[in-house]
Write a protein that binds this ligand. Structure first.
Ligand code: XMP
Length: 333
């Protein structure tokens, strides 16, 4: 039996009963695999790595070392949530690394999206590697690989061409010589969420919308500057809050702000006010290969516009991107 192929008779995990059975099975399997050895995990705070972390904490407790690298391109409150949930509530062995300055210094002046992705992905591996080498006696590397990742790599191996390189900064540092622990590799995303809830993770974490590995780095368009990145993070937090208030958060597959590097003339307090536009993107899709635009009620758009333009320094307009994929990709870079 190929361990990377989902058996035909494997039941779809649709409720807590099936999730608990899966958890018991994986807890036993992980214990049998790693014995009393130590396991390392890059914990991004995304759904997959969070579920793996919670599962492994249940299986092996402090033998798991979670490393959370804050690359300075996280959304507002995300790293804090990782510390809160894993460092405090679950009492995990958590190493938190604030590498914001390293990443932003390297990215200064770099405008090309693919170069930005390479720098972010490469630096992530470096920081993670440095942290790993400070730890004693690590034998295994845990990963939040899920079944669509396996299917995707099969497609890539068949030579299908990608539009973007899609660096996933939570991915495996290729040169690392560890044996892998991949407890959710045969699960689809909806199943991972059911398992996450059964493990007691916060609903908002388990139902978090997809977030690209390079994070806000590909939404702060062109060469990233700290002031524009700050405006982006604040505007994005407002968008998310208002989508939550309007009951749209779980209805829309992905929604975010992008900020281009142009300024336009505006007016504030009766004076000329040059600022960036904040662009709202809100799409629905099944597989991210194509996407349609979500019809956001005007009242919600007005509220978001009013809040962003009054609360976020540097922004004087809000635009709503109506482009489906194709022709627009979901991200602007
Ligand atoms: P695009 O922009 O290609 O995005 O239509 C499709 C989906 O992939 C996400 N995305 C990425 N995810 N690393 C990732 O891990 C990346 O470099 C990357 N670029 C895009 C995007 O957010 C959308 O869900």
């Amino acid at each position: 039996m190929n361990p990377n192929v989902r058996p035909d008779d494997m039941k779809r995990i649709v409720n807590s009963e099936l999730a608990n059975a899966f958890i018991d099975e994986q807890v036993a399997a992980v214990r049998a695999q790693v014995g009393n050895k130590r396991v390392l995990l890059a914990l991004s705070g995304g759904v997959d790595s969070s579920v793996v972390a919670a599962l492994l904490i249940k299986a092996i407790g402090k033998q798991l070392v979670c490393v959370h690298v804050n690359h300075g391109l996280m959304r507002k409150g995300e790293s804090e949530q990782v510390i809160e949930v894993f460092g405090k509530a679950l009492d995990a062995n958590l190493v938190y690394v604030d590498a914001t300055d390293r990443f932003l210094d390297l990215l200064a002046g770099v405008a090309d999206p693919e170069r930005k992705r390479k720098i972010i992905g490469g630096e992530f591996i470096k920081v993670f590697d440095e942290e790993a080498s400070k730890l004693e006696g690590i034998s295994y590397l845990a990963q939040g690989t899920i079944y669509p990742d396996i299917l995707e790599s099969i497609k890539q191996a068949e030579g299908k061409k990608a539009v973007k390189s899609h660096h996933n900064v939570g991915g495996l540092p290729e040169e690392m010589q560890f044996e892998l622990v991949e407890p959710i590799k045969l699960l689809f995303k909806d199943e991972v969420r059911v398992v996450g809830e059964a493990l007691g993770l916060p609903h908002a974490m388990v139902y978090r919308q997809p977030f690209p590995g390079p994070g806000l780095g590909v939404r702060c368009l062109g060469a990233i500057t700290r002031d524009r990145l700050h405006a982006l993070r604040e505007a994005d937090a407002i968008l998310r809050e208002e989508f939550d208030n309007a009951g749209l958060a779980e209805k829309v597959w992905q929604y975010f702000i992008a900020i281009p590097y142009i300024k336009s003339v505006g007016v504030k307090d009766e004076s000329r006010y040059e600022g960036w536009p904040a662009i709202i993107r809100a799409i629905n899709t099944k597989d991210a290969m194509s996407a349609t635009i979500e019809e956001i009620p005007y009242a919600v758009l007005h509220k978001i516009t009013a809040r962003i333009t009054s609360e976020v320094p540097g922004i004087n307009r809000v635009l709503y991107d109506l482009t489906p994929k194709p022709t627009g990709t979901i991200e602007w870079e």
